[in-house]
Design a protein around this ligand. Structure first.
Ligand code: FAD
Length: 476
């Protein structure tokens, strides 16, 4: 059952700390001159300015050499040119809601936050597109789309903090993928700055654009390893005239699958989210039904057909009980359970897995994974939930007996189970540092070699977010 992480093939050259500090001493005055006093913070100015590491719970030891805060695309290009000249590694940062350690900058690295380059540049109601800056908070972009009569369909629990640049760089999924696809599917144009400070701009607003290699797709999901995303053109969708939301109590996984099939056939699904009992109760749903059911499903669908479908599902035994939202407040209350009422509390003391599986293999995975976790730590609490319509399962485990070693133990038995079922070890949170040594379970040797080739083409000195996604050489 137990498997050790596959060996990382490339040799990692340890940076020379003294040399790096000396280079930083020379580079910082240039960065300050280029970006202004608010654009380059270092030393004591870094304390008390808020979090500098992401939400993975894997904060690095110590503060970065500096925090760069460019306020324009030209600032980003200028900053990267200077860092390239002094061979300073750069870690792009968005809203720091990432769960894979991808945005964490070590003591010998420079963090580059896009927070000051925010805002909607334009909305084109005819093409149904939005041109937006990378530092814009997702919820701000969603509101702007709504005010213009559209939906920006990328949506996740961290919407109030995560930024468009981070969402693109992780190819975020979320709650609406079943209807609108992932971030990648809603990305029409992109602008990014490479490690050497070159601006690659292709802010296309057209859907059809077969003009060679698609750079936007390379940067989408690259986790900041190829360059800094600065602006994007996102696809907008018409707002559904009507939307219904229901929370269903279900006895077993086969019935969940039957309900999904029925709903896909008869409805335009907006969301199909599943919670196993322990997660449903932990998230505050326990009192919604007379007895907490083995499984609860949150369904959202366009139009007004959901009630009729649920009546049929009830008659055929797929659903044992259902609550249909009578107001937006009811719908929000159901979503509050699905997203956990206090997400920060639920995330900080738990170990988290985010995997994709063929839906037909999911129940077996839940059984095997739950049994293995409890075998490792009899005192463990295990919570399963996910965006089932997309085959995306999240596992949260509290393993008090194992403590810090729990994560490695959890990964070492769970990821091989995912591989054996032909799933993905990262459905939506990305690889970062946390899953880096497991990449070979989901990607072949040749694929990883091709990724290394692309990385070398955009970032020959390996300065963009080193040590993330690919366990690559880091030499100074
Ligand atoms: C409560 C909660 C719920 C969540 N739910 C979901 C969910 O449903 N679906 C989902 O997919 N994720 C989810 N996440 C994870 C997280 O919100 C996403 O990964 C999000 O896309 C990260 O965006 P961010 O701006 O916070 O990026 P960060 O955490 O700052 O960075 C993430 C990665 O992107 C890189 N990056 C950031 N900005 C840029 C840029 N401008 N250019 C280049 N690289 C950049 C960083 O270097 C890092 O590798 C959730 C997180 C939390 C805390």
């Amino acid at each position: 059952m137990d498997e050790t992480p596959p060996e990382s093939r490339p040799v990692v050259v340890k940076p020379d700390r003294n040399r790096n500090a000396a280079l930083a001493d020379q580079a910082l005055p240039e960065l300050q001159a280029a970006l202004g006093p608010n654009g380059c913070l270092s030393g004591e100015a870094l304390t008390g300015i808020g979090p500098l590491s992401d939400s993975s719970g894997h904060a690095p030891d110590g503060l970065p050499l500096a925090l760069l805060r460019p306020a324009s695309v030209e600032d980003v290009a200028q900053a990267l040119k200077i860092c390239h000249c002094y061979k300073l590694p750069v870690v792009p940062q968005g809203g720091l809601t990432g769960l894979s350690g991808g945005a964490n900058a070590g003591r010998r690295e420079v963090a580059l936050s896009m927070a000051r380059f925010a805002g909607i540049e334009s909305i084109d109601p005819v093409s149904a597109t939005m041109t937006v800056r990378a530092g814009t908070v997702l919820e701000t972009a969603q509101r702007a789309a709504e005010e213009a009569g559209f939906v920006l369909p990328i949506d996740l629990g961290a919407r109030g903090t995560c930024q468009i640049g981070g969402v693109i760089s992780t190819n975020a999924g979320g709650c609406r993928v079943v209807r609108y696809g992932t971030t990648r599917d809603n990305l029409l144009g992109l602008e990014a700055v490479t490690a050497q400070g070159q601006i690659l701009s292709h802010l296309s607003r057209v859907t059809k654009d077969n003009t060679g290699y698609d750079l936007r797709h390379l940067f989408c999901g690259a986790e900041g390893t190829l360059g800094v995303v600065t602006r994007a053109v996102l696809r907008l969708w018409p707002r559904p005239a009507q939307r219904e939301t229901a929370l269903c109590a279900i006895d077993g996984f086969d019935q969940v699958v039957a309900l999904l099939k029925r709903a896909r056939k008869c409805l335009v699904l907006q969301a199909f989210e599943v919670m196993w009992r322990d997660h449903f109760v932990m998230s505050g749903g326990g009192s919604l039904f007379a007895d907490p059911p083995p499984l609860a499903v949150l369904i959202e669908a366009e139009g007004d057909g959901l009630s009729a479908i649920l009546e049929d599902a009830f008659a055929s035994g797929e659903v044992t009980d259902a609550l249909i939202a009578q107001s937006e407040a009811d719908a929000q209350a159901f979503w509050a359970v699905r997203e956990s009422r206090n997400p920060s509390q639920s995330l900080h003391d738990v170990l988290n897995l985010d995997v994709s599986l063929p839906i037909s293999t999911m129940a077996g995975f839940v059984d095997d994974c739950g049994a293995a976790i409890r075998g490792l730590d009899p005192a463990a609490d295990v919570y399963f939930f996910g965006h089932l319509g997309d085959g995306n399962l999240h596992v949260m485990a509290r393993m008090p007996t194992l403590g810090a070693e729990g994560k490695a133990a959890l990964q070492s038995f769970a990821y091989p189970l995912v591989r054996d079922r032909e799933g993905s070890i990262s459905a939506e949170h990305g690889i970062g540092t946390i899953k880096r040594d497991w990449l070979g379970l989901s990607r072949s040797e040749f694929e990883i070699a091709a990724m290394r080739g692309l990385k070398a083409a955009f970032d020959p000195q390996g300065l963009m977010n080193p040590g993330k996604l690919l366990p690559e050489a880091f030499s100074l």
